[in-house]
Design a protein around this ligand. Sequence first.
Ligand code: C2E
Ligand code: CA
Ligand code: CA
Ligand code: CA
Length: 278
Amino acid sequence: AKKLSGNQFQLYDPELEDRTVESVEFENDLYRALKNDELTAVYQPKYDSLKNVIVGVEALLRWNRPNKGVIKPRDFIPLAEETGLIIPMGEWILRKACAQTKEWHNQGFEHMAVSVNLSPQQFNQEELVANVKQILEDTELPPSCLELELTENLIIHNTKKTLNVIHQLRELGVKISIDDFGTGYSSLGYLKDFPVDTLKIDKTFIDELPENPNNAAITNTIITLANSLQLDVIAEGVEKKEQVEYLNAHGCHLIQGYYFSKPLKAENVMQQMYSQYL
Ligand code: C2E
Ligand code: CA
Ligand code: CA
Ligand code: CA
């Protein structure tokens, strides 16, 4: 309530009302998004910067909201998490990404791998392992071509259960990547117990490379750590040539970022791959 003058209060604030109506609409629209086929997947290529070829893609969600244009994940994933919608949405993109990647295999690109982000809620779902297994069977994608990206914070909470789920996923043959590596509130100790395949260096460390000595030190440390634990290491958010050069010089050859490519529609990934062979 706004105090106007004297003892008068204004209980009705039209501005606030607008915002509330908007957020209710937003939530209703989000509920309809899946059913109405408004979600899409885009794919950001991951490059091997030594061979200059695409080795895989990361699948990323987009929402084509009617009359509003394309909505990015940071504007709807928090609400999807809150409402639980992230579970069916996450399953949707997992299935979509596996089917798409199988199609690329069928078109002759049999090395193509795909990464899919798993939200904490999705990860903690009882049916996760069974769902992943079913999707792999249905789409006939070889499990080794699927990588699941998990965040560190998910791993350090609830360690025992998490470890168990990761073991089961690995038994299926699926790969595990630690996303946004270095940004979580964790010690590195868990790495020795968790069977992961890849560390993904977060964009915040790649930004300001090579001139920022702190970022450079952290990046070097992650690369060295990955090498000594025999894990793959990939850098995300790479936008500049100097960053690629720096990473290459320090032993990181897997690169994802606008420097090579923004997230693309599936057909444009195909074009990129064909053009590698021209
Ligand atoms: P993320 O997993 O760290 O994904 C990388 C984000 O950085 C993507 O944003 C990507 O488009 C963006 N990016 C990649 N290279 C560059 C670059 O060179 N410069 C800049 N400025 N940005 C770059 P996007 O697609 O908006 O996704 C944001 C976040 O939303 C993701 O961060 C991820 O946490 C979440 N997200 C996206 N799709 C999904 C999904 O299917 N499931 C879940 N659970 N989360 C998702
Ligand atoms: Ca990711
Ligand atoms: Ca990331
Ligand atoms: Ca990130």
